[in-house]
Design a protein. Sequence first.
Length: 278
Amino acid sequence: MVDYMLLDGKMLSNKIKNELKAEFAKLDPKPKLVVILVGDDPASKLYVQSKQKACEEVGVISETILLDSTITEEQLVLEIERLNNDPTVHGILVQLPLPKHLNETLIINTISDKKDVDGFHIYNKGRLINNLETIVPATPLGVLTLLKEYNIEIKGKHAVVIGRSNIVGRPMAALLLNHDATVTICHRYTENLKQYTLIADIIVCAVGKPNLITADMVKEGAVIIDVGINRLGKKVVGDVDFENVKDKASAITPVPGGVGPMTIAMLLSNLLKCYQKQ
């Protein structure tokens, strides 16, 4: 049993938001973020509200455009192009997931790469893969910022990323590789996940499956980053069995209060980057 360090994303995100608030206060005109929400998915609505609230906290303008779930691809593309051409808009975000009839890749790549606060545009992703300065997706960037804040060594370490989504897993792996970690990516078709996690110095789990990572899968002193957000009744839990894993970890993120608040803070940081590119 080791004494673990709690990686407090809530505390760090508040510190970052205060720093950003001071930066945003110097800017004229004020940065503006536009969020497009298609349909009325309850989880998406909650995420959008938290983004709006964060914008208010740091003193930037936010606008949410609510569109009917029956909107055509052509109509949505036209709406995004209008925002691309609007000089008062500095960041554009399309809340995912989109209704099935809309091509997510096409829609995301319609957003100007200079206004792409999510860092999902193929140009920004390509720059990340090539280790060039770019807008990095908010969740992986939040994880990296947490690791750096708590002086956790990445260089030369074996990092296992579980999950290969375009939003977290893939960019997370690229970011860790760019910081000289040896990276293994695991996913739903990985056989014997435990054999990989047991040799990991750093585990980043982003799957959406409660208690996927148990104490017997983790070596003593590993760093555990839990990106999962799962609702079990009224309780929110991650992908990691926190209570049992924490005693083996050298550092671990809680859920809630770990990676989630960092994602929002990094989104605001990306908005500042977008503003500076225009």
